[in-house]
Ligand binder design. Structure first.
Ligand SMILES: [Zn+2]
Length: 466
């Protein structure tokens, strides 16, 4: 009997509907929101997770990921590196979204426009107070201020202009307000409070590098008191960046303060990177007189010039400070790093940037280092708790429902890694080294890492805006 064409089509339709663009088969699926930790098949269609199933699924491509962990792609809330070079290292470290939230950018719309349609992974930024202040005060620095924005008090008219630029950035879709008080020490407490008021009005978080670090006053405790008081007084949400490099030996006190503030209803979160050294620009205000004591009692030899890897002395310090450039600061005790990484309240964020292969290893190895060194080797925290601080918690901080979850309907930003082999390889001497054990990474349903190989021509990254 001859079957009419339409019957064949109708019969075929349900089968077609079951087919996925790609199936990640037989992996150990871990979702930190539902706490699912079981062998499942994940079907992806049109950039979304379309099935998480115990039974086998049909796909145009089926990849057997037996023995590997399949989880939501990592979200790096603190990524100064926003270039193809940096996105490649991020992807090989399991990161599917990299955001510039601390320093932020200005103007916001041109920053987004220059990356749209060209990025390997998802990207986004805050409206930055630092770049706004640098523009208005004609500072000659690049990422960070080095002269006028550091040394001069802004006139009332300039303060108005700075806020106007920050406001405009929010109008253009920025993810919040970026603030680095330590880099602009002449910014008054009243000006900072006004920024918190703006954040509260616009219902966006403030991402802040606090006014001071270390155990001496003015130091990390009074710096945290300033931003907690501003958050309490205005109702703004605040995220404290790199808690360990600010707190040093006082980090447990700071974490106790943040925990207490949260218990009393403040929306305050924090982050750390898993390294015993910080990095910033040597020409910035962080190295104003007294830096040795304020950074916990370190000296010239604890500074490492990123461009050459050499340790500094008084002479090279003076010369390079005039020149400006990134310097690694060996200042954070290892037990403090471990304590912060193991705290389920502390998100993992890299603070990384690499330029022509130079920089700090955190730009390449942050996430694999937590999984390999602190979860597997040292058993400082459970794998699921680590994944939560790398994906779900940052997504919640951003207020984004579709990311940070390995669930039906979520964006197909997926990281697949070998729990027995994942490890960072980047070091202070050779920072530009890809992590091991990150096997597959998909961004919006497209491979950016396949069989451990970077797919550097892929451009599935999308802008994150408010
Ligand atoms: Zn910082």
């Amino acid at each position: 009997m001859r079957v009419p064409r339409w019957v064949a089509l109708v019969l075929a339709a349900p089968v077609l509907a079951q087919q996925y663009d790609i199936v990640l088969a037989n992996g150990r699926v871990m979702d930190p929101e539902s706490n699912l930790d079981a062998v499942r098949n994940v079907g992806i269609r049109g950039g979304k997770i379309a099935a998480v199933s115990e039974s086998p699924l049909e796909g145009r491509t089926v990849v057997d990921v037996r023995g590997l962990v399949v989880t939501a792609g990592f979200i790096d809330l603190h990524s100064h590196g926003q270039t193809p070079e940096n996105y490649g290292f991020k992807a090989r470290d399991g990161v599917t979204t990299a955001l510039e939230l601390e320093v932020g950018v200005n103007p916001v719309s041109t920053w987004y426009a220059s990356r749209e349609g060209r990025a390997l992974i998802n990207f986004g930024a805050t409206s930055g107070h630092i770049p706004a202040r640098m523009a208005v005060m004609h500072d000659s620095g690049q990422l960070l201020p080095r002269d006028n924005a550091v040394t001069e008090i802004a006139a009332p008219e300039q303060v108005k202009q700075i806020y106007e630029l920050v406001r405009r950035g929010l109008d253009e879709g920025a993810l919040g307000i970026g603030l680095g008080i330590a880099y602009v020490p002449k910014t008054s407490r009243a000006e900072i409070l006004e920024l918190f008021q703006l954040a509260a009005e616009r219902r966006v978080p403030i991402y802040v590098h606090m006014r001071n670090a270390g155990p001496l006053e003015p130091g990390a405790i009074d710096a945290l008191q300033e931003v907690l008081a501003d958050a309490a007084a205005t109702g703004a949400a605040v995220h404290i960046v790199h808690i360990t490099s600010m707190g040093l030996r006082e980090t447990p006190v700071l974490l106790g303060m943040i925990d207490g503030a949260r218990r009393r209803g403040l929306d305050v979160t924090t982050e750390a990177y898993p390294y015993t050294a910080a990095m910033t620009d040597l020409s910035s205000a962080v190295f104003d007189a007294g830096w040795q004591q304020h950074l916990g009692g370190i000296s010239y030899g604890d500074l490492q010039w990123a461009a050459s890897g050499e340790r500094l002395n008084a002479d090279t310090f003076a010369r390079y400070r005039k020149q400006g450039g990134m310097v690694v600061i060996h200042s954070i005790p290892e037990d403090i790093v471990r304590l912060a990484v193991a705290n389920p309240m502390v998100m993992i964020a890299s603070d990384g940037v690499l330029e022509n292969g130079k920089g700090h290893p955190r730009g390449a190895g942050t996430f694999a280092r937590v999984l390999g060194r602190y979860v597997r080797e040292q058993r400082s925290l459970e794998l699921m708790d680590a994944l939560r601080t790398m994906s779900l918690a940052p997504a919640q901080r951003l207020g984004i429902q579709s990311k940070g979850r390995l669930q039906l309907g979520a964006d197909a930003d997926i990281t697949v890694f070998d729990p027995a082999g994942v490890m960072d390889r980047a070091t202070f001497d050779k920072p530009a080294q890809y992590s091991d054990g990150i096997t597959y990474v998909r961004v919006n349903g497209v491979f950016v890492v396949r069989n451990g190989e970077l797919q550097s021509q892929a451009t599935p990254g999308r802008p994150l805006r408010r």
